[in-house]
Unconditional design. Structure first.
Length: 279
């Protein structure tokens, strides 16, 4: 008789859902927090069945995506209504790389690059890249963006499939490195990221349904999704009230480095523990 499958406590699912909103909108990587916070808190997240863990992550992204679609419905309508040949090309170039990478590389990335150690490394590398990109004195406006800029932002979003990189962080680093002013970089990256986030979550949800959702875990999945929905709604409201996050990216880079160092220290202390299989 096989042992009963371990589940995530409802209170832990709610905490991770509440973290999904702010960490998904800010350049600090929501996937990193979903993986690393349980590691630091001693929750048995890594011990969960792989399919259950993936279903839970999909539920978090799904709740956040629904909140984003509600809050950004006006922007989505405006984006669709203003499409001409140039903006359609830019949208295609910024969404094609992450779409192709998601279809072809998502599963290998999940197998090999989603452990706490790999996530902490990606968090640190992404932090350095973010700070270096933001250090450039930008002079370009969003109106000057061309096909090469759209493709570069799209490539950055594709790299962000790796947990810890952060979709918004990678895109902002590239936009700032290409000389865009901070407010213009944020505007370009948000415009490019919104359809990618919604599309990626739809694809993940479709795959989860095809695999079949684990039985008996509806409460855990619903708690995570509901908390992610509420926290994303609240986070977008706060960011809109403050005019968006258009200041220096240095605090986010330092935060990422601090979190990566904290996890690295935890993993070093556990390195000699028997049965350690962290990647």
């Amino acid at each position: 008789m096989s042992p009963p499958r371990q589940a995530l406590a409802i209170r832990h699912a709610i905490v991770l859902g509440l973290l999904e909103g702010p960490t998904g909108l800010l350049p600090v990587s929501s996937s990193a927090h979903t993986i690393l916070v349980p590691e630091l808190a001693g929750w048995p997240y890594a011990a969960l069945d792989a399919r259950l863990r993936k279903s839970f992550e999909v539920s978090l992204h799904g709740g956040a995506a629904l909140a984003l679609a509600i809050r950004a419905r006006g922007q989505l309508r405006a984006l669709a209504g203003s499409l001409d040949r140039g903006s359609a090309l830019a949208l295609a170039l910024s969404t094609a790389p992450p779409a192709c990478a998601g279809l072809l590389l998502q599963r290998p990335i999940e197998r090999h690059l989603s452990g706490p150690r790999a996530t902490a490394r990606a968090l640190a590398v992404g932090a350095v890249t973010l700070m270096l990109g933001d250090a450039r004195a930008g002079t370009r406006s969003a109106r000057e963006a061309g096909p090469r800029d759209a493709l570069a932002i799209g490539a950055a979003q594709a790299v962000a499939l790796v947990p810890g990189v952060s979709r918004s962080g990678a895109a902002l680093a590239v936009a700032r490195a290409r000389g865009f002013r901070r407010p213009d970089a944020h505007a370009l990256c948000w415009r490019a990221a919104l359809p990618v986030m919604l599309g990626a979550n739809l694809l993940a949800a479709t795959r989860a349904v095809r695999r079949g959702l684990p039985a008996g875990e509806a409460a855990m999945l619903a708690a995570g999704a509901g908390a992610a929905f509420c926290s994303t709604l609240a986070s977008t409201r706060v960011l809109c009230r403050r005019g968006g996050n258009t200041g220096t990216l240095l605090p986010f880079g330092l935060y990422r480095l601090g979190l990566a160092a904290l996890v690295a220290g935890r993993l070093r202390r556990r390195a000699s523990a028997p049965g350690d299989r962290l990647h």
